[in-house]
Write a protein that binds this ligand. Structure first.
Ligand SMILES: [Zn+2]
Length: 186
């Protein structure tokens, strides 16, 4: 019965789709829509709360990272204490991009801390037990952020659901740490 087979196939597809949606849209956003992704540009907006700098930069288009956009973002996320710049892990930008989509947030991401050179990180780690001596900030793989208008617990939960790396919750300092290291949270 060809008709019945078609019905089965279509109900399987529906089930797969709802499973993908239940998984936090990760599958749908990721590899499942290559045709729709073609031509799409990924842009991020940042406010660096220490330097007052603002940036809106496109960093990815048509399956490729855009060197100019990456350079601008690297500069904004530099170690503001020393001026040192390191290439930021593009996967961290994808994580932020997906986080914004998940939260339907269109404003600028407020940056509390991006890259930290080893001297800066050592200084901060000496001051606070909550700063790791081997922090992913030193590898351009971590950022501390807040999104004005979005409660901090909501930001933390969305980052945990994404499952793209580490998530640290710092309500006393009003930021969430995300990194592209192993999936874990604290
Ligand atoms: Zn951090």
């Amino acid at each position: 019965m060809p008709v019945r087979r078609i019905e089965h196939a279509s109900s399987d597809r529906r089930r797969l789709l709802s499973l993908a949606l239940a998984a936090g849209c990760g599958l749908v956003f990721g590899a499942a829509r290559p045709a729709a992704a073609a031509g799409v540009m990924r842009r991020l907006r940042f406010d660096n709360i220490h330097t007052g700098e603002q940036l809106s930069a496109a960093y990815w288009q048509n399956g490729h990272y855009l060197p100019e956009g990456l350079r601008e973002i690297d500069h904004l996320l530099r170690d503001f204490r020393t001026g040192d710049v390191l290439a930021i892990d593009p996967r961290l930008l994808d994580l932020l991009y997906r986080l914004r989509r998940q939260l339907m947030y269109h404003g600028p991401i407020h940056v509390i801390s991006g890259y930290r050179c080893p001297a800066t990180n050592a200084m901060l780690a000496a001051r606070s037990k909550r700063v790791s001596k081997t922090s992913y900030h030193m590898r351009g793989m971590a950022i501390d952020i807040r999104m004005p208008g979005r409660p901090l617990p909501e930001l933390r939960d969305a980052a945990i659901v994404l499952g793209m790396g580490g998530v640290g919750y710092y309500p006393e300092s009003d930021f969430v740490h995300v990194d592209t290291g192993p999936v874990r949270f604290w």
